[in-house]
Design a protein around this ligand. Sequence first.
Ligand code: HEC
Ligand code: HEC
Length: 113
Amino acid sequence: MKKIIVIFGLLIGFLIAQKSDLKNVKVLPYKTKRELVKFMKSVVAPELGVKCNFCHNMTDYPSDEKDHKKVARQMMAMVQNANKTMNNLNFHEISCWVCHRGNEHPDHPPKKK
Ligand code: HEC
Ligand code: HEC
């Protein structure tokens, strides 16, 4: 009986540890920090031409203190919705690159004459 309680306790501990891996993720679908950081490194940062500290306090990644991070979260939601909308077209998924092309600010259209 004691053994079962110990195993049960370990299991609960394990589940809590898993859950607290990501603390403030509201839009992205990733379940683990590893997958999420891979996306940050290979998509988010290079497609905007910025480093992690553009959006993050480097000693507190979950913090939302930087406005760029809050904008980026809305951008991520927009991109997800766009991809959902285009699902049935069988096109390539879009990402930040489609607009940003390696820049913080996407190009604006030329002024109309
Ligand atoms: C353009 C802004 C931006 C850049 C650059 C960026 N991130 Fe993020 N990051 C975000 C946003 C927004 C979230 C939260 C996403 C959500 O809510 O779904 C996030 C979440 C995270 C989290 C999860 C923190 C938690 O809540 O537990 C980690 C870890 C992280 N980023 C690491 C990085 C690393 C490492 C880099 C650099 C390679 C990086 N990020 C670059 C915007 C950015
Ligand atoms: C449909 C086009 C489009 C897509 C896709 C897009 N963005 Fe944006 N983004 C914009 C526009 C437009 C602005 C505003 C630029 C301006 O006003 O100069 C912007 C601004 C931003 C800013 C604010 C920059 C600053 O200096 O304040 C961040 C951060 C950002 N986008 C992150 C992202 C991320 C991360 C992605 C991918 C998940 C993404 N965007 C995808 C169009 C897009």
